[in-house]
Design a protein around this ligand. Structure first.
Ligand code: CMP
Length: 140
């Protein structure tokens, strides 16, 4: 089915200047950018976005990392977009990420892991709405 998912290019990948290379992978897989915004998140914004992880031991490190520099946030649209984006990203820990995935090629550690992608259709809807009002997401 046609889906939308939220993708974030994290501060490490923005600093490495690989926004375009990552966008190219989205486009080559058939995903379309339906909204995009570069933003330096506030602590409150990062904490709110990752609220599901609040009780996890890595939460404060995650938030500090996500506010360490600007991120590139996009809505990706396409057939099976949630799973397709997760396949492109590879495993959360780059040590486990399959060759040719975004994390295998650009991530340095489980914290500095280059990209975030929604893990379910339900979370995708919430995450898209967290950053983009419905009127700023464009059907592609
Ligand atoms: P992300 O997909 O953005 O979702 C939560 C992030 O927490 C994850 O990517 C990792 O960068 C980070 N993280 C750090 N440690 C862990 C861990 N043990 N398990 C899952 N995520 C972790």
């Amino acid at each position: 089915a046609l889906e939308r998912t939220l993708s974030i290019i994290k501060p490490d990948a923005v600093a490495k200047n690989v926004i375009g290379e990552i966008y190219s992978r989205f486009e080559k897989s058939g995903l379309k950018v339906a909204a995009a915004q570069m933003k330096h998140l506030s602590k409150a914004e990062a904490e709110g976005f990752y609220a599901v992880h609040r009780e996890r031991p890595f939460f404060s490190a995650l938030v500090e990392f996500m506010i360490s520099g600007p991120v590139m946030i996009q809505v990706l649209e396409g057939e099976g977009a949630v799973l397709k984006n997760r396949d492109l990203m590879g495993a959360t820990n780059p040590k486990d990420a399959a060759p040719g995935t975004i994390r295998a090629d650009f991530a340095d550690s489980i914290d500095a892991n280059a990209v975030h992608g929604s893990d379910s259709l339900e979370n995708a809807a919430n995450e898209v709405a967290y950053f983009f009002p419905a009127t700023s997401v464009y059907a592609r």
